[in-house]
Structure formats: structure tokens, C-alpha cells
Design a binder for this molecule. Structure first.
Ligand code: IDP
Ligand code: MG
Length: 140
């Protein structure tokens, strides 16, 4: 299995409850390595651009409100089959459907405030990493 990279966000509901370390520990214990990390306050423009694929969905405006409501931690994660590995430890979008032992089952407050983002394909991972990180900020 190839070592690949994915993009993660620890969302405002998790930073507000001081869960940055707890979430990162679960990512690391799943076999992922944090090769870039920064705490930022996302601008409206960044949130709208990042979630542009969801522009037509009814929750788009609220999602952008939520993602700009507090600090987030954006990260690049590296590991074998990183996209799938991260999606597995994240759990289902709706915490009510998330499996035991996943980040969303453990910490998410709602389908919107669900503690983490993770890329859903290698192609999107590359685009999302480039959206937030310069090459020299990633140290594998
Ligand atoms: P994902 O984060 O599991 O990949 P997506 O369908 O890509 O899920 O949705 C992006 C984000 O939009 C979710 O993580 C969640 O924060 C929010 N979201 C998804 N579905 C809903 C909804 O039905 N109501 C409110 N927010 C939603
Ligand atoms: Mg998604």
C-alpha cells in the first residue's frame, strides 16, 4: 500500500472544547503522521472557496458561518492509504451514524458541527492541501 497524503481540518466545535490534542491523538493512533499543521481563523472567502462544491446544498451558508465561527487547525496527514485511513477514523458525516471508536462518534455535536474534515479522494486531497499550505510548510 502506497504512502499518500490527505488534508484534515479540526473544526471550530472541537477547538472551542479544547479537543485539538485529543483529535490529533486519534489521528496518530490510526497510523497517520502530521506532516503540517497550523491554527488559523478561516476567512469567509476561504470557507466559501473551500466548500464551493457544496454551493448548491441548502446548508452551504450555515456551513460557511460555522467554519468561520472560531479557530480551526488545518493539517496534512501522511500514511498508507491516507485518504481512506482518515475517513475511517473520522466516521460518518452524521455522528448518529458514526461507528464506535471514531472521532465523530466520540466528539461531534451534530451533522454540521462534526469536529473534523477529511478529503474524500487523492485528487481532492492534493487540491485541498494546496489551498492552505505552501510546499515548504509541509515537512515529512
Ligand atoms: P464529509 O465532511 O463527511 O465529507 P460532506 O457531505 O462533504 O461530508 O459535507 C461537508 C460538511 O458539511 C460536513 O462535514 C458537515 O459539516 C456539513 N454538512 C453535511 N451535511 C449536512 C446537513 O445535512 N446539514 C448541515 N450540515 C451538513
Ligand atoms: Mg466531504
Amino acid at each position: 500500500m502506497a504512502v499518500t497524503r490527505t488534508f484534515s481540518i479540526i473544526k471550530p466545535d472541537a477547538t472551542r472544547r479544547n479537543l485539538t490534542g485529543a483529535v490529533t491523538q486519534m489521528l496518530e493512533e490510526s497510523g497517520l503522521r502530521v506532516v503540517a499543521s497550523k491554527r488559523i481563523r478561516m476567512s469567509r472567502e476561504q470557507a466559501e472557496g473551500f466548500y464551493a462544491v457544496h454551493k448548491e446544498r441548502p446548508f452551504y451558508g450555515e456551513l460557511c458561518d460555522f467554519m468561520t465561527s472560531g479557530p480551526v487547525v488545518v493539517q496534512v496527514l501522511e500514511g498508507e492509504d491516507a485518504v481512506r485511513r482518515n475517513r475511517d477514523i473520522m466516521g460518518a458525516t452524521n455522528p448518529a451514524d458514526a461507528a464506535e471508536g471514531t472521532i465523530r462518534k466520540s466528539f461531534a455535536e451534530s451533522i454540521e458541527a462534526n469536529s473534523v474534515h477529511g478529503s474524500d479522494s487523492d485528487e481532492n486531497a492534493a487540491n485541498e492541501i494546496a489551498f492552505f499550505f505552501a510546499k515548504d510548510e509541509i515537512v515529512g
